[in-house]
Write a protein that binds this ligand. Structure first.
Ligand code: FAD
Length: 358
């Protein structure tokens, strides 16, 4: 199995990257600017002060385009529409920076409510949860008990629970939770983040699980993660191919058409049936492509984030793709009544509102 990876070099896939129209010097400059912008939004995503402020400002700054409502009933409307188009959903009750038990218990109650809602509405959906939201940063055993209650209830309704992967510090504890709970439940799976050096080992170790494979959304140090797009993309492909050939069900979670086209050809070449995998994208992104893939007969699943705690999620989306700033700009500058929010957005961009974490 090890040889599958060892025998393959990174950049052999000949993916259809954009043509080199800039000089090397300009390309370097653009790359550096992109990195600065990315780092800027990653810092913002980790800022607890702004997270709280955003909750108080309400559902603004364009987040409504990529967050499917502030409560589960609103989210259910979007889910039913997508189901009607042949698209299944995975539901994320947004929540970050949970540092006390009361907050974690509140999150558990809300997610149990999502389990009930899926069952009551009989929608084609499962749940994505973040261990930190359920107390991983407070106490491992406390978190385990919280997740266990959710998994148990979901298991009774035959609902799958995905453990989303967060930053590196939470990676091994999240795998530990998965392994511990899989002794009693089989309705669980997790995520492999391709930017980690250890992802190759992890995907082999956890091949018996349903896995979502992603590039990785957090800022990670050079000591543990690939930093360049080329390296991450190439590893992403390697991991997808490996799990498609050797693993349980594979969720290929990306908006990258190059990767999607590569997978489409790979499954034909290796006679991998459509029941063995699905494509996933985030709510509000590449909507036409989501529909097109579903219409082409591929299993397709849309990630549905909802809730009032949308700030960190939204900032990570801006970090990935600064073009998403259009969402903010449209919201801020087309509504006069949003002058206050305009001030906040301006402050974001000038980097004036900073916390001790910067
Ligand atoms: C369903 C889902 C679940 C996820 N779960 C996790 C998780 O648990 N943990 C985690 O760390 N990360 C998660 N992620 C985030 C993931 O790790 C990436 O950060 C994120 O998906 C961006 O990478 P990408 O593969 O979409 O492509 P990118 O590298 O962002 O983009 C590649 C190329 O695709 C095209 N493209 C991308 N987006 C668009 C767009 N909106 N419109 C037009 N063209 C576009 C562009 O040509 C771009 O250059 C998840 C992502 C998805 C989709």
């Amino acid at each position: 199995m090890q040889n599958y990876f060892a025998s393959r070099c990174f950049l052999k896939h000949n993916l259809d990257f954009p043509p080199l129209i800039c000089s090397v010097k300009n390309t370097e400059k653009i790359g550096a600017i992109k990195m600065i912008v990315k780092n800027f939004f990653m810092h913002l995503s980790e800022n607890q002060l702004l997270n709280k402020a955003a909750q108080n400002y309400g559902f603004k700054l364009g987040a409504h385009s990529v967050v499917a409502g502030t409560n589960i009933e609103e989210a259910m409307g979007s889910i039913k529409e997508l189901n009607a188009q042949g698209i299944s959903c995975t539901i994320d009750n947004l929540g970050e920076f949970v540092h006390d038990k009361a907050e974690a218990l509140h999150a558990k109650k809300q997610i149990l409510g999502v389990v009930d809602a899926i069952h009551a509405h009989q929608v084609d959906a499962h749940i994505s949860l973040k261990p930190s939201q359920l107390g991983l940063d407070i106490d491992y055993d406390f978190c385990l008990e919280n997740i266990k209650e959710i998994v148990e209830k979901a298991s009774a309704f035959d609902i799958f629970i995905n453990f989303d992967m967060e930053n590196y510090a939470r990676l091994q504890p999240s795998f530990d939770l998965l392994e511990e709970l899989s002794k009693d439940y089989d309705n669980i799976g997790t995520v492999i983040q391709s930017y980690f050096f250890r992802a190759e080992e992890d995907i082999q170790k956890y091949s018996k699980y349903r896995l979502r494979i992603v590039k990785g959304a957090y800022k990670e140090p050079e000591a543990v993660a690939y930093q360049t797009k080329e390296e991450i993309d190439a590893n992403f492909i390697e991991l997808i191919e490996y799990h498609l050939l050797n693993g349980k069900f594979t969720s290929i979670a990306t908006h990258d058409h190059n990767v999607i086209n590569h997978v489409k050809q790979f499954v034909i070449d290796h006679s991998i049936p459509k029941e063995k995998f699905e494509f996933q994208m985030l709510y509000g992104f590449r909507k036409e492509m989501q529909l097109e893939l579903a219409e082409q007969g591929y299993n397709f699943c849309t990630y549905i984030p909802f809730g009032t705690d949308w700030y960190g999620y939204f900032m990570r989306r801006l970090a990935e793709r600064p073009q998403n700033l259009n969402l903010v700009v449209k919201q801020v500058f087309t509504k006069k009544t949003n002058a206050a929010i305009g001030v906040v957005a301006g402050a974001f961009l000038l980097g004036r509102l900073t916390s001790k974490r910067f």
